[in-house]
Design a protein around this ligand. Structure first.
Ligand code: FAD
Ligand code: SF4
Length: 327
């Protein structure tokens, strides 16, 4: 599959990037590691006139401890750097566990945390070649007006399928976004819309620049569990992140988040309240697993059935919670 025609622009500073994004808004795409952008362009899912290569912006790489206020991660930091970071392994283990499951070692060497957060939603009917999609009459997400997953509807249900965002949700992470009017900060929860097509609140003239992990969730125990077809290299078809703090054997605070079963990564409703003050045993973990299965709304967007994916959310939530409580 060939790439469509485009003009490559390369920058070395955030300022230059933002200027070019504003100049070509609507006609330009950011290239970070390129591990999703390039295959998507080959499938003609994106056909931008310009591609903005931001890989040489040194200020957006690296992990910095900010004494008393957590950790800052540049959007261009690779997933391998995150996975191997001693600070993150020690203080935010749910994130390093999740990063270590993304794709394969080579893709993690290229792929960035910013690209993972911004990753396009996925669907069996969408992540296909142009010829394949044309033969099916296209769909709402690209070039068509019907949905093969929920026929008769007008909404796209493609599943958000990145591994690190549920971990970041559990940690109450915030993002910094820079655009023509300057930088602003927003909670990761507010970054996703819940729509399968227009899935993120990031305008085409904006760049994601930093991720902030708060001090308040440092040192939480963390576990990530993921369902995929090929263990060595695959997107999640269901994923569960758990982060919790214990005090005297009881749960003092906890958050559980899911990926790949909704059009956005989501926190499990009611889990924090249901776990507060509890000793986490089989019965409690079973109950939280059922809550997670209720939050998950998988549809026929992937090769595995929605029923199986929802059941695995229940099972993985229970296992991840027990593992986090015992670690
Ligand atoms: C075979 C294969 C398996 C994969 N398996 C997984 C998996 O298991 N889990 C998983 O999570 N992902 C998986 N991926 C997808 C991808 O490798 C990762 O999500 C990776 O983190 C994407 O980062 P990137 O830097 O390569 O993003 P890119 O491909 O460069 O960009 C992805 C998207 O984000 C936008 N973008 C990137 N950075 C920014 C920024 N700073 N500001 C604004 N927009 C930005 C791009 O314009 C593009 O739309 C897989 C990919 C392949 C090819
Ligand atoms: S959920 Fe429907 S509209 Fe969205 S990508 Fe799949 S088939 Fe297309």
């Amino acid at each position: 599959m060939s790439l469509p025609q485009f003009q490559l622009l390369a920058v070395e500073t955030t300022q230059e990037a933002v200027e070019l994004l504003a100049k070509y808004a609507g006609k330009i795409r950011v290239l970070a590691g390129g591990t999703d952008l390039v295959p998507s362009m080959q499938q003609k899912l994106f056909e931008p006139e310009y591609v903005l290569d931001v890989r040489r912006i040194a200020e957006l790489r690296g992990i910095r401890e900010r004494p008393g206020s957590g950790v800052e991660i540049g959007a261009l930091t690779t997933l391998t750097t995150i996975e191997r970071s001693q600070i993150l392994r020690r203080r935010y283990p749910v994130l390093t566990e999740a990063a270590a499951t993304v794709a394969s070692p080579i893709l993690r060497n290229m792929g960035t945390i910013g690209g993972n957060i911004c990753l396009d939603t996925r669907c069996l009917w969408y992540n296909q070649s142009l010829t394949w999609r044309r033969a099916c009459g296209f769909c709402i997400k690209k070039d068509g007006d019907l949905c093969h997953v929920a026929p008769g509807g007008t909404k796209c249900w493609a599943a958000f399928s990145a591994d690190t965002p549920p971990a970041l949700l559990c940690l109450n992470a915030e993002l910094e976004v820079v655009g023509p009017t300057g930088a602003h900060r927003l909670s990761l929860c507010d970054f996703y819309t819940g729509l399968g097509d227009d899935y993120r609140r990031l305008r085409s003239d904006e760049l994601l620049t930093r991720v902030f992990l708060p001090e308040a969730t440092a040192d939480y125990r963390g576990v990530y569990r993921k369902l995929r077809i090929r263990g060595s290299i695959d997107y999640p078809l269901a994923g569960v992140a758990v982060a919790l703090r214990r005090s005297n054997g009881h749960c003092a605070d906890a958050r559980i988040a899911l990926t790949a079963v909704n059009p956005a990564p989501v926190l499990v409703k009611g889990a924090t309240e249901a776990l507060a003050g509890k000793v986490i045993d089989e019965t409690v973990a079973e109950r939280i697993g059922s809550l997670a299965a209720k939050t998950a709304k998988p549809l026929t967007t992937s090769a595995l059935t929605p029923e199986y994916r929802r059941e695995m959310i229940r099972v993985f939530t229970k296992r991840a919670l027990l593992a986090a409580a015992q670690s």
